[in-house]
Design a binder for this molecule. Sequence first.
Ligand code: PLP
Length: 377
Amino acid sequence: MHVPLVDLQAHHQPIRDELFAACERLIERGQFILGPGVEQFEAGFASFIGSRNCVGLNNGTSALHLALRACGIGPGDEVITTPHTWISTSWAIAYVGATPVFVDIDPVTWTLDALLAAGAITPRTKALLPVHLYGQAADLTRLEELARDHDLVLIEDAAQAHGARHDDRRVGSIGRVGCFSFTPDKNLGAFGEGGAIVTDDNDIAAHVRRLRDHAQTSPHQHVEIGYNMRMEGLQGAVLSTKLPYLDRWNDQRRRHARRYNEQLRDVPGLVLPQATDPDAHVWNMYVVLVESMDREAFRKRLADRGISTAVHYPTPVPFQPVFAHLGYRRGDLPIAEHVMHHCVSLPMFPELTDEQILAVTDAIHACLMPAKRRVFA
Ligand SMILES: *Cc1c(COP(=O)(O)O)cnc(C)c1O
């Protein structure tokens, strides 16, 4: 059996007709950059997240970049963030001329360790930038407290966590600004690139709205350096069409995660992902640690049985050559280094079938179970 990491054909098939109708309306309206489709999505997504404003952008990297700019983060400022993430989180800090300060991750959730973050605060620290990794909220209770006590801006990288909750609030609505990406492999995906910020702060929303459109205060008036980071009409139309299904898709992901957990519970040398609140996690990825076997050998064995896997992510961001000047050394971030050395992402998407899950877990049993204890589901 072939089990892909993500199956976009299966994902879109049930709503094909609605998606085509939305594209048809777009063609008839002829408004391909911003326009009513994007406005409808912004209103819908703001209300879904529980934020006063949403501003649609061209991708998630831009969302992080403009969030930091609109919060006034710049040269000389330090931003505390996680080493275990996609590079975009740190790009945004570098783009505004600030310095990323990396602290290790929590050994259970693999998100920014709030106690270590507290210890890294200096007089130059201006912001905290946690990532809700793989669909699970970072420790927002402590991070919110830290931000309040030290007068720091809390910005959430929620690019992997559309609809995830922290207590009874959706992530993205908790910090000053929440940043989202809508690449096709995220929980809510566009037909290409897309991003957005959400915020309760009307001034920040207005500033991001201006920055995304060449910083025009009125047509052909540019008061500061702006960008072309507008969301396309097509992406607004597609995202509006898909948004009503997001909670249902997230429920399906949670069901698949539970099934993986049951099937993989007793596999020696395999560390399963921990959900601090199982109802709040939205499982953009299901990531295990393979500690008892070489990672690439493990992935090859699964690939031989038709199972696709990936590694998110292999290298702590501060060890990337581009950040070598920051001076981080092997051993500085032991938990992140361990997780990034052993992590493997298993197939995860809402339409995953029970047969596909069992094909994955059987393949893992065949790899890692001692022969006499092997269990066939
Ligand atoms: C996907 C992602 C981004 C950036 O999104 P793009 O739309 O690809 O620019 C940022 N941060 C994290 C954690 C992501 O997973």
